[in-house]
Design a protein around this ligand. Structure first.
Ligand SMILES: Nc1ncnc2c1ncn2[C@@H]1O[C@H](COP(=O)(O)OP(=O)(O)OP(=O)(O)O)[C@@H](O)[C@H]1O
Length: 911
């Protein structure tokens, strides 16, 4: 009997424990669950033969078996085996009793690494064998089995192991074994109830100091073990492994073969690799194989330590999730399970980005996000956020533009075709286009931003559209009314849920080119500073030709060059546009239309358009000029023509119904007619009388002509951004104590005008015969109330000053003057009449309302001559005044006279 290094005698004949999916190596202690029916009898026997103190004297041979070992064997073999077993069994128990139990240095609970697992049984034992019955019952089970271990499947190298602990367990036994030394299988002697074999122990030889090759190998093993230990230090390895390794490193009499076996059972290795080590009896073969496996393990450990540091140490939950997802993706890729659809989607995005010819800065951002996207799970919310972002980058026209048609003649024709009148405006637009053309020829495209200012419906939007058509550019309208947040223009940062780019970038995506005409509609309605930034501040950048080449939307977070975009703004009034923004724009004012102009627009543009829209042909409807004028005067009261267009549309609609009905009647009787002329009873002509029938009673009558003059009521003139109009000022007095009451949604400035007017009238009451003595207070026993009807419309500004004076004088003097006389002008406390704005709109609107005499500041005379259309001028008598005395004289037609005895010089000195 040979002894292993730890001096344990190993018998020549040992019972075999077959291991199907595990390998026990010498020097290793492991726990096994025994449930194979061909092994259970062995442990039944051991349990019967040894008491617990002597158990470690029991030596068995643990041999790997090959995976295909389940075979049917003839019953005669089993019977032969059973006979041999009886004989060999008695010999064995004798031998076992003589063994000397020295311990290899490992304790019961030293199951190392992955070895403490379950041995997968070939066949599950029946419950009676599990409960431990006797050998008789087990052997009978074995005999009844048709599937047993084939001797040829037992590997030729195994390990002698001693039993350290043996317990019954559910389904069999739980045993702790310690591997002692390699065994060579010489011959299977007995096959039933368990295998017994003739074996030769293969002990590691003492190292030959003169064998240089072996010495070199040991040196390598030592250095690699050193590295391994230092890596293992943090891991909770069983102490004996470390002890053995340390001893080996210290050169303290440890046989390298033992170290190799121990290490291989410690590290992650496959069953085949372990069998390879088991087979390598010669140290010179075993050490290189072990070094190879150990090197691999060190590599793995280093990576996992790095990951451990990164993932466990620093990363938060989200990052760890990401890391795990990444690993999952890597595993999927390894397994060839990458989702085809997902890959396709990524390829599509990538291709789209490539096709978009992104500027380098944008390309970098896109690459970065694409890289992130590739590592993500498509189901994650972040995936869709990044995907959306990349979609936006891919969809924007970074380099796409339409070719400009900067032909001034063509543009002139386009503007004339689309719009009637507006000569000044068209001229200015053509100048602008000509300059842009010249600038482009020099390579400089930074022109001013146009802002079309005018009342609703005067054609601002349609002018913008015409400009785009004339230039051959795409047109996009951005409606700014009610935009309160900067983010609506500039987008939300991607950190917000559901973030999107702002209106500018949206517009560019829609246009698909980077040089469209953007109409910033109603820029005056952009809300003042809201809770989330000032939207008009964003426009400072957008509209500044110096800055807008690097416009950065919050969502995109990369600059987009807006310098090729032609911005045209529109506004009803410039009052609410912040000064810095106003400064960036070139204003083009579009005044309201006179009735004559409206008539021409209705005839040449609105009517043909409506006829077309209602599916009729040119000859199907003929509206007389008289009828059109009636529509304009009786059914609309506006500076623009939008309402007029609607009313004309209503007339056309009514005629379309008539036409369709007539067609139906005719087709029922004769067949299908093709034109109106062939339709019986249908009359294409629309006269003024028809208009009233179609549109109902006139909505607007001539306001002023039908008003009877009343003391205290004066016709004023207003201009409030949405156009001009007339404005009545009503003053009335009542018993009281001299207070002034003002109503009608009046602003501060207009209220001040009322106070100034009253003060002047009070101070000049005696002079204009309103009181009987110079010291008398005309307000002593009265209160005065000034009201301006249309209380729902806010009114402000100083231009009602002279009208208020006249209203008060009229009230106090009980004198009237015709409502067809209107007036506008700021008034100072000293009686001066100051010029006011919006003359053209005011005059046109007053003319529309039936005013035939207008009193206005002398200094506004030039505005009348320059801006007011000749036909309007012809129908109105203009009176220009520089002092209130002149105003009173003209308004009251000389009925308000200066008290006799007051020298004119005295009056003048007061002025
Ligand atoms: N001078 C004109 N010649 C022909 N049509 C006109 C003219 N002015 C306005 N229109 C027509 O009147 C309608 C309203 O014009 P548009 O919408 O351009 O007004 P707008 O000034 O932009 O109004 P808003 O300020 O309310 O946006 C359009 O159909 C337009 O073609």
């Amino acid at each position: 009997m040979l002894r292993t290094t730890p001096s344990i005698p190993i018998p020549r004949t040992v019972p075999l424990l077959p291991l199907q999916d595990r390998v026990l190596l010498p020097g290793v202690v492991t726990r096994l669950q025994i449930s194979r029916r061909d092994s259970i009898p062995l442990f039944e026997k051991i349990l019967r033969t040894y008491d617990s103190k002597e158990l470690n004297k029991c030596i068995i041979g643990v041999f790997p078996i090959h995976q295909t070992s389940e075979k049917k064997i003839p019953s005669v073999v089993a019977a032969t085996g059973a006979e041999t077993a009886t004989k060999e069994g008695s010999e064995r128990s004798k031998t076992d009793t003589n063994t000397n139990g020295q311990h290899g240095g490992f304790t019961d609970d030293m199951a190392i690494g992955s070895n403490a697992g379950q041995v997968v049984p070939f066949m599950r034992p029946k419950s009676n064998s599990a409960s431990g019955g006797n050998s008789q019952s087990n052997s009978s089970t074995h005999r009844n089995s048709s599937s047993v271990l084939n001797p040829a499947d037992v590997h030729t190298t195994g390990v002698a192991a001693r039993v350290i602990r043996l317990e019954r367990a559910v389904g069999g036994f739980s045993v702790i074994l310690e591997g002692l030394a390699r065994l060579r299988l010489n011959k299977i002697l007995v096959q039933s109830p368990y295998f017994e074999a003739d074996v030769t122990p293969l002990l590691d030889k003492a190292v030959d100091k003169n064998d240089q090759e072996l010495q070199d190998q040991i040196t390598i093993l030592r250095s690699i073990s050193k590295e391994f230990i230092s890596l293992l230090q943090d891991l909770k390895l069983p102490a004996p492994v470390l002890t053995q390794l340390q001893k080996f490193l210290e050169n303290a009499g440890v046989i390298p073969g033992q170290v190799v076996d121990l290490l291989i059972s410690t590290i992650e290795s496959t069953r085949d690799e372990k069998i390879m080590i088991l087979d390598a009896v010669d140290l010179k073969q075993r050490i290189p194989k072990a070094v190879e496996l150990l090197t691999r393990q060190i590599h793995v450990l280093k990576i996992s330590q790095k990951v451990h540091d990164n993932v466990e140490g620093k990363l938060n939950k989200k990052q760890r999730e990401f890391y795990l997802r990444q690993q999952m993706a890597a595993i999927k890729e390894e397994l060839g399970e990458k989702d085809g659809a997902e890959e396709d989607e990524l390829t599509i995005i990538e291709n789209r980005l490539n096709a978009a010819h992104l500027p380098s800065e944008v390309q970098k951002a896109a690459d970065r996000e694409l890289k992130r996207l590739k590592k993500m799970q498509p189901a994650s919310s972040e995936y869709s956020v990044i995907r959306n972002y990349l979609d936006w980058l891919g969809d924007l026209p970074w380099n796409k533009a339409t070719e400009d048609l900067l032909d001034v003649e063509r543009a002139r024709k386009q503007l004339n075709d689309d719009h009637y009148g507006l000569d000044k405006v068209k001229r200015r637009i053509l100048e602008y286009l000509a300059v842009t053309k010249l600038q482009q020829m020099k390579g400089d495209v930074k022109g001013p931003i146009l802002c079309l200012v005018g009342a609703p419906g005067v054609g601002k939007t349609s002018l913008g559209r015409s400009i785009a058509t004339a230039m051959g550019r795409k047109f996009h309208r951005i409606s700014l009314g009610g935009v309160w947040d900067e983010s609506e223009i500039r987008g939300h940062r991607r950190t917000y849920v559901g973030a999107l780019p702002g209106l500018i970038i949206h517009g560019l995506k829609k246009c698909e080119v980077n040089n469209p005409v953007f109409l910033l509609d109603e820029i005056d309605k952009v809300g003042a500073r809201g809770h989330h930034g000032d939207p008009s501040a964003a426009f400072l950048e957008v509209l500044d030709p110096e800055q807008n080449s690097t416009f950065t939307d919050h969502y995109l977070n990369v600059p987009f060059d807006l310098s090729k975009v032609l911005f045209i703004a529109t506004a009803n009034s410039i009052d609410t546009i912040p000064a810095p923004l106003l400064d960036r724009m070139e204003l083009i004012t579009i005044p309201g239309y006179t009735y004559a102009e409206k008539l021409a627009i209705a005839t040449n543009h609105l009517l043909p358009k409506q006829v077309r829209l209602h599916g009729l042909s040119e000859g199907d409807i003929k509206v007389t000029q008289e009828a059109l004028l009636k529509v304009a005067t009786g059914y609309t009261r506006e500076s623009g023509v939008r309402q007029l267009e609607r009313e004309v549309g209503a007339v056309v609609r009514a005629k379309a119904v008539e036409f369709a009905e007539a067609q139906e009647r005719l087709s029922k009787s004769e067949g299908t007619p093709t034109t109106a002329s062939t339709v019986v009873e249908y009359q294409p002509l629309v006269t003024a009388a028809d208009v009233e029938e179609i549109l109902g009673q006139e909505k607007y009558t001539n306001e002023v002509t039908e008003r009877t003059p009343t003391p205290g009521v004066v016709t004023g003139m207003a201009y409030n951004g949405v156009g001009g109009g007339i404005l009545f000022i009503e003053a009335s007095q009542m018993p009281g104590k001299g207070s002034l009451q003002l109503t009608g949604s009046l602003g501060d400035v207009i209220k001040e005008s009322a106070h100034i007017a009253l003060s002047w009238v009070k101070s000049h009451g005696y002079e204009i015969n309103l009181s009987n003595s110079p010291g008398q207070n005309i307000m002593e026993r009265v209160d005065v109330h000034i009201h301006m009807p249309s209380g729902g419309t806010p009114k402000d500004g100083p231009s009602a000053g002279i009208a208020m004076v006249c209203a008060l004088v009229s009230m106090f003097s009980n004198q009237t003057f015709p409502a067809t006389t209107a007036m506008t002008g700021e008034f100072t406390l000293r009686g001066l009449v100051m010029p006011v704005g919006g003359i053209k709109e005011k005059v046109i609107a007053a003319h529309r309302a039936g005013v035939r005499k207008i009193i206005m500041p002398l200094r506004n005379q030039k505005d009348v001559t320059a801006d007011v259309p000749a036909n309007v001028r012809e129908e109105i008598e203009f009176v220009y005044a520089s002092t209130i005395w002149e105003v009173l004289k003209e308004a009251f037609d000389g009925r308000i006279v200066v008290r006799a005895g007051i020298p004119a010089a005295a009056l003048d000195s007061r002025l």
